[in-house]
Design a protein around this ligand. Sequence first.
Ligand code: ADP
Ligand code: MG
Length: 419
Amino acid sequence: MLTEKLLLHVLIVLAPILLLSFFFEKRPIGQSPYFTGMLHSLSAILCVVFAFYEGSLYWDLRYVPLVIAFLYGGRSAGGMVFGFIFVARTVVGGDALVFALSGIVLAAAVPYFYCSKFIELSPAKRVKNAMLMGVWPSFVQIMILFSYTFYYDGETNEEFAQSLSHVLIFGIIQVLAVGTAAKLYELVIERSLMKNEIERAEKLNTLGELAASIAHEVRNPLTVVKGFLQLMQRDDKADNHPYIPLVLSELGRAEVIISDYLNFAKPEFKKLERFSISQILSDVMLLLNALAVKQGVELVSDLKSEPFLFTDRNQLKQAFVNIIKNAIEATPSGGTVTVSLSVSGDQAVVTVADTGKGMTEEQLSRIGTLFYTTKDKGTGLGTTVSVRIIESMQGRVSFKSELGKGTEVTLHLPTVQND
Ligand code: ADP
Ligand code: MG
């Protein structure tokens, strides 16, 4: 009988959250604590009114809306539910009224003090902690049961045992109800966050396209300026303008940034062909060897196999250059950068491992995001461009790093048959 009643209450306490999910995205009512409080108060009152009466105690799930309202709606919502339960319970009356009222105060106290911390937790932790919060009212209920029996002593042992089993069933259902309610709440929150995220991504996408077209327009005048400066430099026999080389090198940098950005915005695969990936890696390492020697870094290659790819050769080269260059730049003199190539199933696996300074967890999580750099003259485009290129080739990139020990970048690329 108790179980049936409590299962009905589970429905009653979940109803406000389902209702709220219709309104959640409609500001201002959807997220107003008073609206939330109102809905939960209603379900709490229903719980009190339809309580299961036995052994001079009322059994119901009124604490679930109380806890949930405090945790997810804040103090004003929780306070409202508290007030309504208090009044409703007083109206119902009965000889255990004093115990019931003190139970309500005790049960509200913990979520009242805890709720400001609660909302800052991660969603998964929130559900767990909410369930723990659900244990507290059950505990209060047990205390009430004991003290009530102690004071009135009207119960036989048999009745007491039954009450105890009720507390157990009650406790389990209560914790489950709080858990389900919290999970439901999280789903509602997640859905609204996701909707905002999609809207933001759409805006960013438009902005990105705009930026790409501006970058494209800026490149043309830059080329013209560069051309004329080169002419001036050639005619400048007496070296009247010693700063021209500097201007030219900065212009070159601007050009690289713009073309990197354009490549990021839309990697263009001009010419698709079949080629050997080890050939490309050898080319790139030859190209970067000068930089490695300058830094005092040993560049080691370990090209075990000879897989073939079908894609744009130059784009792939660009991706490798960016990643290997980062590895060289991160490695102090005397260190090594090892580039290895192997095959796993129908995937070519390239790893670039360095013995450099490595990255912290935080840096590792930010790598690959646009404009993230820790270097003075860095652009924060290299990794992002590489990841974009590899992903457009249906490949994937993963980073592993340990601070002070080094970094390992692994690239997987789909291969094609030899012939
Ligand atoms: P940039 O090289 O212009 O700074 P990147 O996108 O190439 O931009 O790299 C972003 C950042 O990632 C670098 O500034 C660096 O802090 C970090 N990083 C990339 N590769 C490595 C590596 N192999 N070891 C340590 N840090 C790295
Ligand atoms: Mg770089």
